[in-house]
Ligand binder design. Sequence first.
Ligand SMILES: Nc1nc2c(ncn2[C@@H]2O[C@H](COP(=O)(O)OP(=O)(O)O)[C@@H](O)[C@H]2O)c(=O)[nH]1
Ligand SMILES: [Mg+2]
Length: 492
Amino acid sequence: MSRDDTTADEPESDDTALQSRGRDSADGPRADADPAVVAARSRDAEPDTAEIRELAAAAGYAVVGEVTQRRREDPTYGLGRGAAEDLMRLAAETDAAAVIYDGSLSPGQTFSLGDLLPTGTAVVDRPRLALELFGDAADSRTADLQLELARLRYELPRLRETAARDSSEDVRLRPEGDGRVRDVERRIESAERALDRLGDDREKRRAERRDAGFDLVALAGYANAGKSTLARRLADDADDPERVDDSDGTADPEDPDGADDPDGTSTAGGPGGSLSAGDRPFETLSTATRRATLGGRRAVVTDTVGFLDGLPHEAIRSFRATLDAVRRADCVLLVVDASEGPAAVRRKLRTSLSAIEATDGPVIPVLTKVDRVDPDDLDAAADACESVAGTLGGRDVPVAGSLRSPVPVSARNGAGLGDLIDAVADALPTATATVTVPNGGDAQAALSWAYDRGVVSDVDYAGETVAVELAGRPDIVAAAERRLAGGDDGGS
Ligand SMILES: Nc1nc2c(ncn2[C@@H]2O[C@H](COP(=O)(O)OP(=O)(O)O)[C@@H](O)[C@H]2O)c(=O)[nH]1
Ligand SMILES: [Mg+2]
């Protein structure tokens, strides 16, 4: 299906299950998985290749070897010459379909490494691997456009490099590459424009939801942190979530299950922790929204795309629905897997915060999967959280200033959920007021308006008047004061 086939009437699910290259195999690599060699370099310590191997496996590669190196960045190959040659030999021996580089390679480095490697061995750096992982099964217009934009932005500098190389060998004034470059530039502009329009629609829906008294809560965090599992836990009806709306207004209202595990291959029963063979780190490509009642407040909870280390800023910028949902939320739950140890907590929290940059509302770090964590380790994870908040705050990442204290939970067994809900209710901007309504014909209508949009803690009938104690979003409470007390709709 080409992107232009997507119409507003088309049934589509919200919580997109992405087709990754290897996902038809739930247990380990497919028999026909492409052999790949991992390459990693790190300046300060021996590189840890666990995550890149997991990503490679999730994308359908069988990792058959690795070359790691401890040294500074090399401008030619991204690795030192010796390591690059080791890589070349290993790729040849193993007949590797790809060399997977744990980091970003410049277009020039990609070409140089490609020239060195055997013909038929592709160079796949981390951003390209992530794009492969996203697959091509995005099934909402927004998801489709975002993915296309991320791919085009990745492709553009590489195409420019190709064009430059072509034109230096070829004396023609207008090498073919120029046309391709212009074409990609045009497609980027058009995708950006289309996403702008869809972003305006989402903004309008956010405003409507706020007017209706909903608080907007967004779940954000690193890939596989446990966001979607927690979103399902928080939903009013965890088994049959009522979808409020989808990311771009093209949901099928007849398909309430579409928001949740559309293809019945939920990983919720899986082992959790770091990526296991059945996990799909980019399962959630569209932003999925569900209703939830949090401490009496009616909320719309939005699940988002996971962040990943080593993605260039422009790739992250492509995921506009996620960034908008997070930045414009009344409260963000920043989900962190507490079971991976303090170093991973620090790294993934830092990556997530840097991607978010800034938010309108408070951010609550949620240390999840505590069912797999010893109390001591949980303390260490919480300390790691606080230390990131401290260091980033001083480094011009404004969102660090919005961080609250971390809340430990398990979305698996429900531990800590009550505390989390209290923390959210606490963090949401709240106003209270006692409004007095004439005890006449319109009093009941006014009361039900208040019940619909806020938390009514007391109703006192005192003869001529009714006194209503109301708490809720400040704008709702202000509207209530105008509406109920002023009788601005002409009621008596
Ligand atoms: N043990 C445990 N595993 C969890 C918990 N929450 C999520 N998981 C597992 O972690 C993996 C990733 O979860 P998911 O919600 O898809 O992560 P997302 O990528 O952030 O949306 C899945 O295998 C989940 O079953 C939890 O509280 N405890
Ligand atoms: Mg998810």
